[in-house]
Design a protein around this ligand. Sequence first.
Ligand SMILES: Nc1ncnc2c1ncn2[C@@H]1O[C@H](COP(=O)(O)OP(=O)(O)OP(=O)(O)O)[C@@H](O)[C@H]1O
Length: 966
Amino acid sequence: MKMTIGTPKTPSSKSRRTPASTPGGLKVQEEKILVTVRVRPLSAKELAAYDLVAWDITDENTIVSKNLYHERHAGPYIFDKVFDPTCSTWKVYEEGARDVALSALSGINATIFAYGQTNSGKTFTIRGITENAVKDIYEHIKINPAREFALKFSALEIYNETVVDLLNRESGPLRLLDDPEKGTIVEKLIEEVVKDDQHLRHLISICEANRQVGETALNDKSSRSHQIIRLTIQSSLRENSRCVKSFLASLNLVDLAGSERATQTNADGTRLKEGSHINRSLLTLASVIRKLSGGKRGHVPYRDSKLTRILQTSIGGNARTAIICTISPALSHVEQSRNTLSFATSAKEVTNTAQVNMVVAEKQLVKNLQKQVARLEAELQSPEPSASSHLRSLLREKELKIQQMEIEINELKRQRDLAQSQIELERSAHKEPKASNHHGPSRQVVKCLSFSNEDESISARHGAKAKARNLGSKAVRQSATSSDMLVEEIRKLEMRQRQLGEEASRALDLLLKEVASQRLGSEDAAETIAKHLSEIKELHAVSSIPEKIEIRDKATLKEEIARLNSQESNIAFLEEKLENVQRSIDKLVMYFPSGEDSPALKTSWKKKKVLPFTLSNTANMPHLIRSPCSPMSSSCKSVDYGTENRAPEMNNHVVLGDDALQGQKGTPCSEQTNCISSREGTPAQKQPSSVSVKKLQKMFKKATEENIRSIKAYVTELKERVAKLQYQKQLLVCQVLEMEANEASNDEVEMIDQSPMSWSLVFEEQRKEIIMLWHLCHVSIVHRTQFYLLFRGDPSDQIYVEVEFRRLRWLEQHLDDLGNASPALLGDDPASSVSSSIKALKQEREYLAKRVSSKLAAEERELLYLKWNIPPEGKQKRRLQLVNKLWTDPLNMQHVHESAEVVAKLVGFCESGEPVSREMFELNFVSPCDKKTWMGWNLISNLLHFDKLQLRLFKYLVEDLLATHS
Ligand SMILES: Nc1ncnc2c1ncn2[C@@H]1O[C@H](COP(=O)(O)OP(=O)(O)OP(=O)(O)O)[C@@H](O)[C@H]1O
C-alpha cells in the first residue's frame, strides 16, 4: 500500500499531497514508513576491478537484479522511490526525506534513517539530507515570523552498545533511563540551544569529528558506529491566541553502521567484537521491523538493543519515518544489496501513528476543555438544564443585591422618619424650652476595649447594648466621647503596667530575702538583684501617671497618642528588667547540686502547683488581668486554693511563708555545721525528734529550691502579662487611628450609621479576608481559633474585626514587600520575620499535636483521624498529621470551622464553662497553661514579634497623622 506523506505548510514546499495531520490537529495519523533506495555509482575501486552493475532500475519505484549469470531472480523490488546513481542528493532529499523531516516544524516527531552495507553511501547521503534539512528549516523559520521557534541540538553515538555524547566524548558512557512521559531518554546528554543555522552547522561538524571511525577491509573510513543527530524544535505563536499555540517535536537523523555481517569484514578479534555489536543493534532493528511489518501483535523486542530503545517511537510509534537504503550497484556486493532490499521491503510495511505533540500547557488546555465539555454535557443531561451553576450564582448575587437595596431603602425611610420626628421635637422644644436634652452623649454608644476587669467590662457591654437598643439597634460612634473613653482605657492600662512593675519589684524583694536567708548563690547575685530592684523602682517613680485626665478636644487625644508612644520605651525597659531577673534566678538555680531535682520533687511540683509565698498575689489578683483561658488562670487557681508552701516530701509541715522568711533574715544557716537555726521556730520544729538533722536539711534545701522556682514562674507570668499589656496598648492606638480616620472622612457627617443587617454582610466578607490573611501571614492557629470563635458578627464585634483586619492587611503588605525591603521604615531585618513566623507556627502545631492524646479521648481521636483522612501508617505521627491539616484551607469555610473546633478542644478554649468576654480576647492569645511547658511563653513571644512589626506601622502612622493635623 502506498503511503501518504504529509507536508508542513511552507510556501517553499512543493506540496503535492494532503497533509497527514494538520498542525494543531490532535488526530492520530496512521501511515507507513517512507522507504526509498539509493544506488550509488560504481566506486573507483569497483571500476578498477571491472566489477559489473548487477541492478536495473525499471521505473522510479522499481529495482530488479539483472540476473547476469541466470542465477535465481531477485525482485522486482518496489519502493516509494528508487534513485539511480545519477540522482543528486538534493533529489533524494526532496523526494525521500523532506516532507518527513519538516514535519518536526509542526509538532510531529520525524526520523530519517540511512541503512545499508559498509561503503554503500549512507554517510554520504545522510550528510546531504542533514544539510538540506537545515537549510529548509531556517528558510521556514524565516518566512514564518508569526511563530517563535526554539531549537536544541544533541548528538550521540552507539558504539559497542555504549552510548556516547558526540558533543562531549569525555562524559563517558551514558545511561538510558525510562521516562513515563518521554519514553527512553539518555541521561546527561548535552542539549545545546541553537542560535542560528551557522551555529547548527558548527555543531554538526563537531559531531562528525567526534565520530568513532576505524579502518576495515571494505572502507577506509568506515563508520563502525551508529550516529543519531537530534534536533528538537519548539514553536509557538508569538501572539496569544485561543487556538493551540505551541508544538514540540524532534527530528532524528540516523546514520547507521554497516549492515553486513561481521565475518565479512575479515576482521581481527576487535573488529569481530565491533561487528557483533553492530549486528546486535542492526539485527534487533531488523527483527523489530520484521515483527511490526508482519502485522502480528505481541512482544516487539525494542529493549534488546540501545539503538531500538532510543528510536522506539520512530519505528511503529509516534513519529513520521523515512528510511533511505543505500546499495552498491556492483555485482560483487549483490548479496548484501539483496539483504538491504529485503530489509527495505519489510520496513515499508511498518505503520507509524504520528500525532502533533503539544507542550504541557496546551495539554492542560485540552484537558480543561475536555472537562468543560464534560461539565456542559452533564448539565445538558441534568433535570434542570436552565439552572446551570453559573446562572445560579448570578441569581444568588442578584438576590443579595436586591436584599441589600431593600435594607438601604428601609434605612433611608427610617432616617427620614427620624429626621421628621426630630424636627417635630425641635418645634415642640421651642415651645417648651425646659425640655431636657435626651439626645446627649449618654445616648451614644461607644465601642471600646475595656480591660479593667471582667465584671466591669461585661456591665459596660451590657450598658452599651442597652443604649444601642435605645437607638433602635444602631451602632453609633461619636468621636469626642470615644476619645475620652479611649484615653481612659489607656490610663487603665498604664495603671496596670504600674501594678505589674510593683509586682516585679515585690518578686525581686522576695528573691533578695530568699538569697539573704538561705545564703544562696554568690554575693554578686544578691547585688545584681538589688540593682535591678532599684532600677525598677526608679522607673516607676519616673513614669508615674496622673490619676485624673481631662480630655476636651482632639489635640489632647493626639498628644495622648504621642505620649503613649513615648511610653513604649518604658515597657521595653520593664521587659528588659524582667529578663534580667529571670537570668538572676537562672543563675541561682544553677547553684543547686544537680542531684537535687529528684523525680519525686518534679512530680510534686507538677501536681501540687503550690506557690511558696503568699506574695502579693492574693492581694493583687482582683486588680490583675484575668482570663478564663489565659495562663493566669492556672496560677490564680493555685492562689485561690491556698498559697501554703508544702515541702515536697511526705506531709511534713515545713512552711516557708513570707513571715517565716522575714523571721529568718539575719539568721544564716550553715549546712556544714548541720545547723538548722534559721528554721527554728518554724513548724519544722514540731516534727518528731526521730527526724534526723540530715533529713531536715534536705527538706530545707528542697523547699528553698521550690521557692526559687516559684519566683521564676511568677516572673515568667509577669513577663507574659507585660507582653499582653503591650498588645492591648497597640490595639488602642489602632482604635485611635481609626477614629481619627473616620473623623477625617466624616467631618460633615457626625454619626456613623450601620444597620445590623449591613454589618452582618460586611462581617462575613471581612472575616473571609481575615481568614485568608491569617493564612498568608502564618498567624498562630490558636489565635485564629479564638478570634474565629469569639467574633461571630455581633455588632459590638465591629471594632475588633476592623482592628484585626487592619493590622493583618499591613502585615501582609509588609511580607509582600520583603523582596524590596524598606529598611528605613522597618528597621530590623524583615526576612527573618517571615521565617520566624513560620517557625513559630510549626512549633505551635507540634505543641498542639502533643496535646491530642491528653485532650481527646481515644474514640474521639479515631473519629477525627477518619474524618481528616489520616492514614494509620505514615511517616509522621498521626496526631501531628492531624494538627498539620488544621487551618490549611482558608477558602473552605467548613474546613475553617472544623479546624477551629479541633484547636479549641486542644487548647481547652472555654472548657472552664465560663462565658468568654470579647473584651478579654486579646488576653487569650496564649494557650491555657499548664505551667509544665514553656509553650505559653513561646506563643506570647510569637505574638510580641508580630506586634513589633505592627508597632512600627503605628508609629509611622501616628507621626504621619500628627504631621497632617498640625
Ligand atoms: N551517490 C553517491 N555518489 C557519489 N559518491 C558516493 C555516493 N555514495 C557514496 N559515495 C562515495 O562512496 C564512498 C563511501 O560512502 P560512505 O562513506 O557514505 O559509505 P557508508 O555506507 O557510510 O560506509 P560506512 O558504513 O563504512 O560508513 C565515499 O567515498 C562516498 O563519497
